[in-house]
Write a protein that binds this ligand. Structure first.
Ligand code: ADP
Ligand code: ZN
Length: 210
């Protein structure tokens, strides 16, 4: 099954992607994580993307489309995949169609802006491996340390409140039109983000028929 997770930054796409990944045994492809890894290891693509991500802007379509093309060509995607954070613009969605990638289901996780701004302040990531946590919703076993690698947890630069507002504006302008795009293809399902992560997961699983 090939799934796209849509939704504002901080709506919980990454968390739900992990659950689906565990359950269906298909990989999650997060353009955000791929870009952050490139930034960290200082590759050419990372250097190109740096200024955009730090200000909350989108990285140019051609760069992320290139990332996705390469990643989807890998063997582990043959049995299905979950796209988290891609597509984020109409041209990106059109590029997927052009590549001949069949999408089965697009799940849009809806969370109001005010809630997102509150939630994002609690978000932390592992500075070493990139795993994500939340001070309220997904606490690490030991405060400040990653469960997986014991790396120090840090706040992403783009999770600071002003940047979050900029990212939400970009989301409404550039990404939200994708709801219409996929609704016309008959693939869109809307899930209201719940207070409890597990409740959202239950709604998501219902949509993918599990
Ligand atoms: P979030 O946690 O807000 O969903 P991500 O981790 O997916 O954010 O992405 C972080 C940043 O990486 C974005 O703000 C953007 O600058 C860049 N990025 C990720 N995916 C895309 C994409 N599909 N198109 C353009 N830029 C992207
Ligand atoms: Zn870690």
């Amino acid at each position: 099954m090939n799934i796209i997770l849509l939704g504002a930054p901080g709506a919980g796409k990454g968390t739900q992607a992990e659950k689906i990944c565990e359950y269906l045994g298909i990989p999650t492809i997060s353009t955000g994580n791929i870009i952050r890894a490139a930034l960290k290891s200082g590759t050419e693509m990372g250097l190109k993307a740096k200024a955009y991500t730090e200000s909350g802007a989108l990285v140019p379509d051609e760069i992320v489309i290139g990332i996705i093309k390469e990643r989807l060509a890998e063997d582990d995607c043959k049995r299905g995949f979950i796209l988290d954070g891609f597509p984020r613009t109409i041209p990106q969605a059109e590029a997927l169609d052009k590549m001949g990638v069949q999408i089965d289901k697009v799940i849009d996780i809806e969370v109001p802006d005010e809630k997102i701004i509150g939630r994002m302040s609690g978000r932390r990531v592992c500075g070493n491996c990139g795993a994500s946590y939340h001070l309220e919703y997904k606490r690490p076993k030991v405060d400040g340390l990653c469960d997986l690698c014991a790396g120090a947890l840090v706040q992403r630069k783009d999770d600071h409140p002003d940047t979050v507002k900029a990212r939400l504006e970009v989301y409404h302008k550039e990404t939200e039109p994708l709801k219409d795009f996929y609704s016309k293809q008959g693939k869109l399902a809307i899930v209201e983000g719940q207070e409890e992560v597990s409740e959202t997961t239950a709604l998501v699983f219902k949509e993918i028929g599990e």
